[in-house]
Design a protein around this ligand. Structure first.
Ligand code: ATP
Length: 234
């Protein structure tokens, strides 16, 4: 579905992604793990078109993504939940969710998807008329995920969904990510919480200073001594 080959991305003189290659197949949960500054967020921003690769190949369903303008990438079926959530604070919960569907015309289907988001996140239904800026951190994470789902993506990009959340909420968010995947959405998950990410992913790539240093089956990586030492706290 998504293929990156030898992608190089720069911030001015800073070489942030140094020839990275990875793929996400339809139906999978793939996770990119790695410590601070490894290039995880940069990878997602490159896929969603906010950053442009200087060289390399990037395709989605066989189409060259590197030449598609960012506003068209959502219409192609890729939706990103950015780090730090970034909901529209002065709009209500339901207005935020409706914004997620702004490119769609299928009113009946939009209504169904709204019900589906409310089933996944009953808290959002309870708070539908509350201003989003007054939601708790966990509720804002739910809203950002719900808003991304309202575009009916084929591929959902999640940037650190566990950041700043209490452990019990982290568990809940990860079980919802699994549920979203089981109902047909492919997921690329960026996480510092390697333990949780590996527990739900099919495959994983480990990034270190802009390069992929290890890749493989998520369960095998979770069991590997090297990964345990470096990323799972021994
Ligand atoms: P974290 O887990 O801390 O968010 P990350 O793996 O997501 O880390 P990135 O945000 O992708 O890391 O950053 C990769 C590298 O690019 C870092 O060295 C960072 O300092 C650099 N970088 C990121 N954004 C910019 C920017 N706007 N200008 C210059 N350098 C940047």
């Amino acid at each position: 579905m998504l293929v990156l080959e030898d992608v190089n991305v720069f911030y001015g003189a800073i070489h942030a992604l140094k020839g990275i290659s990875f793929r996400v197949d339809q139906g999978e949960i793939v996770t990119l793990i790695g410590s601070n500054g490894a290039g995880k967020s940069t990878s997602l921003k490159t896929i969603s078109g906010l950053l442009r690769p200087k060289s390399g190949k990037m395709t989605f369903n066989g189409e060259n993504l590197a030449v598609v303008p960012p506003q068209t990438i959502v219409a192609k079926g890729i939706s990103q939940v950015p780090e730090g959530r970034l909901v529209f604070a002065n709009m209500t919960v339901i207005e935020n969710l409706e914004m997620g569907a702004y490119l769609r015309k299928d009113k009946a289907e939009i209504k169904k998807d709204l019900q589906r988001v409310y089933e996944l996140f009953p808290r959002l239904k309870e708070r539908s008329s509350q201003l989003s800026g007054t939601l708790s951190g966990g509720e804002q994470q739910m809203l950002a995920m719900g808003r991304a789902l309202m575009s009916k993506p084929q591929l959902l990009l999640l940037d650190e969904p566990s950041m700043g959340l209490a452990p019990i909420l982290v568990k809940q968010i990860f079980s919802i990510i699994k549920e979203i995947n089981e109902s047909g959405t492919t997921i690329l998950l960026v996480e510092q919480n390697a333990h949780m990410a590996l527990s739900i992913a099919n495959r994983a790539y480990v990034l270190e200073t802009g390069k992929i240093v290890i890749s493989g089956d998520a369960k095998e990586l979770a069991a590997s001594e090297e990964i345990r030492k470096a990323y799972l706290g021994g």
